[in-house]
Design a protein around this ligand. Sequence first.
Ligand code: HEM
Length: 354
Amino acid sequence: MPRALPLRLPRSAGRRTNLGVLSLLVLAGSTGLLAYGVGVAGPSRWVVAVHGAAGLGLLLLVPWKTVVVRRARRLPPGRRAPTAAVSLGVLVALTVLTGVLHAAGAAGPWSFLAGLGALHVHVGAAVGSALLVVAHAWGRRQRPRATDLSRRSLLQTGGLGLGAAVLWGATEGVLHLTGSPGAGRRGTGSHERGTDDPTAMPVTQWFTDTVPDQSSDGLVIVAGGRRLRVSVADLDRGDEVRAVLDCTGGWYAEQDWAGIRLDRLLAEVARDGLPEDGSVDVVSRTGYRRRLPLRDAGSLLLATRAAGEPLSLGHGAPVRLVAPGRRGFWWVKWVRRIEVVDASWWAQPPFPLQ
Ligand code: HEM
């Protein structure tokens, strides 16, 4: 019977391996969040590429990390890695697996586990990993050493970066050569779903939000010292924009949206004019809200229709915000109130917490 070849593991592994794993996790976590913040396909392509390379780069360190883990398992029971370290390993593995499955479109972007998409599981596992990483690294704090900047360390870091980039490039190459659905995904990593066919768009909303029971018949505008109630029929003014709704759930759709441009509506309400600066609060019937710069009002639309049809309740009827170039969580649905405020738009959490 043929004998199994012994697995050859690297002889030296330790501090630098751990620092390499930690750096890649921090880079992957921060670029993952950044990818959610950038809605324009061009710039987000770079962010997502660095994210993918950092995440996949972790696989390159597996042989070295295995040595570190094996060594820790030989320690007396009291000094062995606690359950949290094992859970961390499992969560990071799940994060990488679901990231790749989402990118490849292999799990279908929508159902992976208990009705959750691969990307939902990915982000959930990443958040869990982040909490455990802090706990894990806190007890193993390291002081910087002069050798961290030695020629050898820098070469190793460069080698890891290059290897990660090559691995990411090879993964992309395989997706394209095999004609995988992942080859056609947007720069943000989202897969196309329902372009020019709003009924095929998934009904998703920010995880703190829910679809209201019924539609309303109007909204309130507060601008230039005036407060006005506007009926939905009044919003159907024929202003149109073709824009991509790119949901952080991992799908996108391009539609012709119709309604009224926000700057036009605000100018009609605020007869005495609008401030040069300032922001505009867009509030949903559900309490969900986002604050946008007033200077962007010319590119924002209050939409009552998509692809020529009235919006469905799930997609924000009777009126939703269309914010081209911004990710889906800016596109407030079921708009109830719009108010011009003298406050900075950036003085709000980058992602909605309400
Ligand atoms: C521990 C932290 C994380 C790790 C290790 C990780 C790892 C990965 C990996 C390996 C991929 C697949 C890349 C590819 O095959 O090209 C991926 C994709 C993705 N991740 Fe993460 N990730 C992490 C955190 C996050 C976070 C916090 C977010 C968002 C809030 C996020 C969003 C995404 C998105 C949108 C994709 C799809 C990108 C694409 O299609 O190329 N990730 N991630």
